[in-house]
Design a protein around this ligand. Structure first.
Ligand code: SF4
Length: 71
């Protein structure tokens, strides 16, 4: 696995702590998940070193999606 393709470098990640850069944070790729423990919903918490197949480079619009800007 490419070591740069971790949550720390992902477009969707907001880290906790100093300057929001981890070592843990929230994945904002999808809406909050409702569980029995969190009935109001909660974003998944991940480690900066975690990764998944939805990874996108920081500062780039997700593949296949526009940036929301209209011309
Ligand atoms: S879990 Fe996946 S989509 Fe979420 S921040 Fe980490 S790499 Fe990105």
């Amino acid at each position: 696995m490419d070591k740069g393709r971790t949550c720390y470098f992902c477009h969707f990640w907001i880290g906790e702590g100093v300057r929001e850069r981890g070592p843990h944070g929230q994945c904002r790729r999808y809406p909050p998940v409702v569980t029995a423990r969190h009935p109001d919903g909660k974003f998944p918490r991940t480690a900066a070193t975690d990764s998944c197949g939805e990874w996108q480079r920081m500062g780039q619009a997700p593949a296949g999606e526009d940036s929301g800007a209209r011309s």
